[in-house]
Ligand binder design. Structure first.
Ligand code: AMP
Length: 250
């Protein structure tokens, strides 16, 4: 079975995000960029399925500017067999990405697509669900465990109050949650090998997809700074403040 893995280039999770002074977005110039952490987990799961003999080929896909090639080279260094960049200089929103991925799925006919549960830059948590809907495929979102069960895939999902296991017929779309696995480290020899692996570039037009944004960002602003806390002398004062100042208890 061939597995497609969607990997997004995002501001590194260790970077303190700064809002642009004109409020149009967050600063990305001279900022460290990395693979979205949930996509590393998705890729790791695909690699483990290949090592277990369940998957035969892993194709990493990223949609965005030419700089996403760097993210794809990282995916190849982790162990993906080849990569596809859907290159676009316009902002790609989840519906556009889902349509682009759906077009690639039609070309590649994979048995499964794994995505991260959400991208840490837009926090949308939409692309996997939209992709499954566009393809008409079953979906297992927020997966914390995957197991091949004959011609089906058992997906354990993290839901409110516990775990739910669903049985999906393949082909299917899965999105990876934090506890699915712990991604491996990339080794230097694998970084070198990745340079020779195939990386194809396609434009959205060639896939027949209109990737124009549907949503307009009106304003981006920093969250209000938290006020310093105070110490209260006893429980009675605390209850009094919660009731009469914060008005959170009656
Ligand atoms: P989101 O719906 O934006 O929170 O993203 C959910 C997941 O969709 C991410 O973890 C990625 O696996 C995938 N994804 C979103 N945008 C892109 C992109 N531009 N390129 C590749 N994969 C993406």
């Amino acid at each position: 079975m061939k597995i497609l893995v969607a990997v997004k280039r995002v501001v590194d999770y260790n970077v303190k995000v700064r809002v642009k002074t004109d409020g149009t977005g967050v600063e990305t110039a001279n900022v460290k960029m990395s693979m979205n952490p949930f996509d590393e987990i998705a890729l790791e799961e695909a690699l483990r399925m290949k090592e277990a003999g369940i998957a035969t080929e892993i194709v990493a896909i990223s949609c965005g500017a030419a700089t996403c090639q760097e993210t794809l080279r990282t995916a190849l260094a982790f162990g993906a067999d080849r990569a596809i960049l859907v290159e676009s200089d316009t902002e790609l929103q989840p519906l556009a990405v889902a349509k682009l991925l759906a077009a690639i799925v039609k070309k590649e006919s994979p048995g499964m697509v794994i995505l991260g549960k959400q991208a840490i830059d837009d926090d949308c948590n939409q692309t996997g669900q939209m992709l499954a809907a566009l393809l008409g495929w079953p979906q297992g979102a927020f997966a914390s465990k995957l197991a091949r069960d004959g011609d089906k895939l058992a997906v354990t999902r993290e839901v409110d109050g516990g775990l739910e296991t669903v049985s999906l017929s393949l082909p299917a779309v899965v999105t990876a949650d934090l506890r699915l696995n712990e991604p491996r480290y990339v080794t230097l020899p694998n970084i070198m090998k990745a340079k020779k692996k195939p990386l194809e570039t396609i434009k959205p037009d060639a896939l027949g997809v209109d990737a124009t944004p549907r949503l307009k960002t009106l304003k981006v602003q920093e969250p209000p700074t938290r006020k310093a806390g105070i110490k209260v002398p006893d429980a009675k004062t605390l209850v009094d403040k919660l009731r009469n100042e914060a008005k959170v208890i009656s």
